[in-house]
Design a protein around this ligand. Structure first.
Ligand SMILES: [Zn+2]
Ligand SMILES: [Zn+2]
Length: 380
């Protein structure tokens, strides 16, 4: 286990606020639901547990002090981590009792199942849904409306979410005796978990609803319209509130649509700006010119000034991407790339030979400087 401050990326004298905001940021980043591929998910989960463990300790002034003074040893003796430091045990704690802040944070961001209110009145929020969508480059330029189809859990029509066969009653859960929680002991340390049989409700149906097998929710296919704003960035997500899974008692999770944008062979994006290569001829560079160039919004006339250098940039304001939900637009940068002609015909070759004969270093500042250096050195 790494240093806890390092895990959260804060300094040893970070304030509680700093610790909290570092945790929020990291927890968001490593939330397993935000990772698509199985391996990423696993890795995120591991990291997530580490972050949560570090936060749990550093956010508690007493624990923090012990950790500062004695390191992990200090935590073992004080909190009863006698069997070593076990991250999994932190996750099995009753979040609400031991970690009130934790469930708050996740209800804010992700709609984790939170347990506001104790005992029999507790309600479960449905989980969030992630949906990945790929859009074209120009759909990202102008914004686009998409209709997606998702599978989600909704309250069972037959039992209205109670899980109870209509006309039957609830009875006290025998596993937890109606408490909704069970206590497990590990050495000196006991952990309170939600009762696995009644899921913390304290009671279970005499007879379960046939339609939903007592779950209170059923799978439903739904079409959702998604408004993707102009200028959206690759891999950003749109949160659509209350369109996720429905939990028991009607609390809904959210829908996260993660947007992937296809690349364009010519236009390269950098934040709100667009970068393109602008190939021009030697004569255009020497004499200047007026040409038409493609922008993401159509053709534009631009001026090439006489004497422009290779690698110089011509910037067109407001020809970049729009910042989503704002009026700001980035710029387009054309990077000059003077193309040297090959396989010249005899006429062109003749003309270049003519140029070569009459040009001197007076027309070429860089060559002049270069020759100066040569002149200052002794010949071998
Ligand atoms: Zn039902
Ligand atoms: Zn129970």
């Amino acid at each position: 286990m790494e240093d806890l401050y390092k895990v959260l990326g804060v300094s040893k004298n970070a304030s509680q606020d700093e610790i909290k905001s570092a945790f929020r940021k990291l927890a968001k980043e490593y939330h397993p639901d935000m990772h698509k591929n199985e391996q990423d998910k696993k890795r995120a989960e591991e990291k997530f547990k580490e972050i949560a463990a570090a936060y749990k300790i550093l956010s508690d002034p007493q624990q923090r002090e012990k950790y500062d003074r004695f390191g992990f040893e200090g935590l073992k003796s004080s909190a009863g981590y006698d069997a070593g430091f076990d991250f999994d045990s932190i996750f099995n704690f009753d979040m609400d009792d031991i970690f009130p802040d934790f469930s708050d944070i996740f209800s804010d961001f992700f709609g984790f199942e939170t347990k506001k209110g104790k005992g029999k009145t507790r309600k479960r929020k449905g989980s969030d849904i992630r949906y990945d969508i790929e859009i074209d480059f120009f759909e990202a330029v102008y914004g686009v409306k998409k209709v997606i189809e998702i599978n989600r859990k909704e309250t069972c029509q037959t039992c209205s979410g109670s899980g109870l066969k209509p006309g039957t009653k609830m009875k006290i859960c025998s596993t937890c005796g109606g408490h909704g929680k069970v206590r497990q002991s590990q050495g000196f340390f006991s952990i309170v978990t939600t009762c696995p049989k009644c899921h913390g409700q304290g009671e279970i149906p005499e007879q379960v609803c046939q339609e939903c097998k007592g779950e209170g929710v059923q799978n439903k296919k739904r079409k959702i319209e998604v408004n993707i704003p102009a200028g959206i960035e690759n891999e950003s997500y749109l949160k659509i509130e209350n369109e996720g899974n429905e939990g028991s008692s009607g609390y809904k999770g959210d829908l996260y649509v993660v947007v992937f944008i296809k690349e364009h062979p010519f236009f390269k994006r950098q934040g709100e700006d667009v970068i393109v290569n602008l190939p021009i001829t030697i004569s255009q560079a020497v004499l200047g010119d007026e040409i038409e160039v493609p922008t993401i919004y159509g053709i534009e006339k631009i001026k090439i000034s006489a004497g422009i250098q290779n690698g110089e940039t011509i910037t067109l304001k407001n020809k970049g991407f729009q910042k989503p939900y704002s009026y700001y637009k980035g710029s387009m940068h054309l990077v000059v790339n003077i193309e040297i002609p090959k396989n010249l015909n005899s006429k062109l070759k003749e003309l270049f030979q003519e140029i070569k004969k009459i040009e001197t270093e007076d027309y070429y500042q860089k060559i002049k400087d270069f020759n100066k250096i040569k002149g200052n050195l002794k010949k071998e």
